[in-house]
Write a protein that binds this ligand. Structure first.
Ligand SMILES: C[S@@+](CC[C@H](N)C(=O)[O-])C[C@H]1O[C@@H](n2cnc3c(N)ncnc32)[C@H](O)[C@@H]1O
Length: 228
């Protein structure tokens, strides 16, 4: 991604409510220990014994990220989220579960991705991203042809990506962009595959609010190998 043309802002407000004192303290003490480097780095170096490295883009309150990290202590999960209240909530989850396999960027996931080497991730989650439903705002959506190409660069062959949304137009938009990129294969074989939450999905409070215009849709993709 070129520094000359920083991407459009894809997120809403950076802060809403006052952050509770305990969470504010974690922002001061725990967050600095979890931030990934602000320069090119190999994520393996953050946890050399990690089986896999996963990335969650826009983790919101961090419920999905923390629960996945707890389920899979042998992998490294890196999350990025610019919304301060969300980061504070995620830190509470990480602290309460004493998770040692999570790293957190309190900022734009696209800046983090630009610092990661090719084929360095096993899995990417883009769950219920900001829908930007007005057509004049569609260009702010995190899923663009350029970000799909970046996901392809970062995933190992055979790596997985999950996109979920409850906005019908954003589902169509994203499916079109992933299918247009030959690096991705959509795994669905029947409607139940995208209408039913996958067995390993963790529902968040945000998802439960059902703020979109359709039932949640889950799109799972596999990163093809270059020869496939
Ligand atoms: C609608 S919320 C969903 C949160 C969470 N994924 C869930 O399902 O509960 C989308 C989140 O993505 C974050 N977001 C938007 N653009 C982002 C970006 N470029 N990098 C990281 N997070 C981003 C927003 O701040 C927001 O918290």
């Amino acid at each position: 991604m070129s520094d000359a043309h920083p991407p459009l802002r894809s997120y809403g407000r950076l802060k809403t409510r006052t952050i509770k004192p305990r969470q504010a303290a974690l922002m001061e003490t725990l967050l600095p220990t979890l931030r990934p480097p602000n320069a090119p780095f190999d994520p393996r170096a953050l946890k050399p014994d990690a089986d896999e490295v996963w990335l969650e883009i826009g983790f919101g309150g961090g419920e999905h990220m923390a629960a996945q990290a707890q389920r899979h202590p042998d992998l490294l999960l890196i999350g990025a989220e610019p919304f301060q209240n969300g980061v504070a909530s995620a830190l509470r989850h990480i602290d309460e579960a004493a998770l040692k396999n999570v790293r957190v960027l309190d900022g734009d996931a696209r800046e983090l991705m630009a610092n990661l080497p090719d084929a360095s991730l096993d899995r990417i989650f883009v769950l219920f991203p900001d829908p930007w439903p007005k057509s004049r705002h569609n260009k702010r959506r995190i899923v663009q042809a350029e970000t799909v190409a970046e996901f392809a660069r970062l995933l190992k062959p055979g790596g997985k990506l999950r996109f979920a949304s409850d906005w019908a137009d954003y589902v169509d938009w994203s499916l079109a962009r992933f299918v247009a990129n030959p690096a991705f294969r959509w795994t669905a074989e029947e409607a139940a595959n995208w209408r039913t939450p996958p067995a390993d999905h963790i529902t968040t409070r945000y998802e439960e609010k059902r703020l979109g215009d359709c039932a949640p849709v889950f799109l799972d993709f596999i990163r093809s190998s270059p020869s496939a």
